[in-house]
Design a protein around this ligand. Sequence first.
Ligand SMILES: Cc1ncc(COP(=O)(O)O)c(C=O)c1O
Length: 386
Amino acid sequence: MSPGKSTQAIQSKRDESFRSVVYPIYQSTVFAVEKSDDYEHFIAGDEGFHIYTRNSNPSIRNVEEKLARLEQGEDCVLFASGMAAITSTLLTFLKNGDAVAASQRLYGATYRFLRDVATQFGIDVHFLDDDELFEIQEYAPTVKVIYFETPINPTSDCVSIARVVEAAKKIGAITIIDNSFASPINQNPIPLGVDIVLHSATKYLGGHTDLMAGVAVGSKAHIKSIRQSMIVFGGCSNPMEASLLDRSLKTLSLRVEAQNRAALTLAKFFETENKVKKVHYPGLESSPSHEIAKSQMSGFGGMLAIELEDLNAAKKFCDSLKVALNATSLGSVETLVSIPVLSSHIRMNDEELAAARVTPGMVRISAGLEDMDDLIADFKQALAAT
Ligand SMILES: Cc1ncc(COP(=O)(O)O)c(C=O)c1O
C-alpha cells in the first residue's frame, strides 16, 4: 500500500549526520568535490550529486522529491516563483516558429507572458475557449503545447482535464497545467494524463504568506529538460525557502481540507446575500463547473469569487473588511480578498476581460483558517457598507 498524502507530505528524507527529524538547511552555494573526476557525475546530470546550488542542493532536492510523490510524477524541479516555473517550462518546449494553444482564461501574468513575451520570441500563441481546446485538431492542429488552468484564476471555473488530454493526444501535443488553485490534495492531473503540472508554491503549498516558490512535476525526461532551463535562466529556489516549504507541506492536507470546508460555507453564505449578484464556487451544486469538478477533484478548493454591483461596490466591500485582508495572493492561513481588475488581471482590455469572464465588480476570496463566525460577521458588515 502506498502511503497517504499526509504521510508523504510529513515524511522527509533522513539526513543521517545527526538523525535530525527536520531535514537540515544546507545553506551553501557550493559543494566541494573530493577529486576532479567527480565532475563526471555533474556532467552526467545526476541531481543527487550537488556542486552548485543553482543546479541542485540537498535541502531543495528533499522538497522536490516530496512534491514529485505528492503530484504522482516521476520528478520535480523547484523554482524561485510560480512565474519562474511557468515561463521556464513554456520556453523549454517552445522555440521560434512553434505554436502553443492556451486557454483564454488564465492567471493574468501568465496570459500577459504569452501575449506580450512569448510572441516576441516568434512563438505563435492561440488563445482558445474550452470548446476550441477540446477540438484542437480543428482550431490549432499544429501546436506543440496546450497550456491551461483548472480551477481557473479568479473565477474557479473548471475545465475537463480528461477532454484536454484526449484532444492533445490526437495531435501529439504536450499538456501543461497550472494546478495552483487546487493543490495536490484536491487534484492530481498526472494520473489523468497531463504531462506537466505546475504550481505557484507561494500559494497553498507554502500556505503562510511567507515564502515564494514555483514547482514543475512530470516525467524524468521532461523534468531533466526543464531543469536545464532553470539552470540557464537562473530562476532557482534557495535552501531557506525550500526548508520553509518543507515545513509548510507537513500541514498541507490539514490546511487545504479546512479551507475547502471554509470556502463552501462562505459560498453558501454569499448565495443568500442579495447584494451579491453571483457566487462562483465549484463546490456549489448550482455551479456550472460542479459536475466537472466532482469528476476530477477530491475537494473543491478554498477559492471563490463573488460579483458585486460594480467596481465601486467591490472597493467599498474590500475596504470595509476588518478580519479578511485586501491582499493579492491566495492559499494562506489568512483570508485574503482581491479585486482582479486592480490586481491579477491588469493591463487587459474589455474584450480580454470578458473572455476571461472577469467583471469589474468581481472580488476573489481565498478562504483562510480564521473562525467562521468572525469571517461571516466581517463579510456581512462589509456588504452592508456597499
Ligand atoms: C494560478 C496562479 N499561477 C501562478 C501564479 C504566479 O505565482 P508566483 O506569484 O509565485 O510567481 C499565481 C500568482 O498569483 C497564480 O495565482
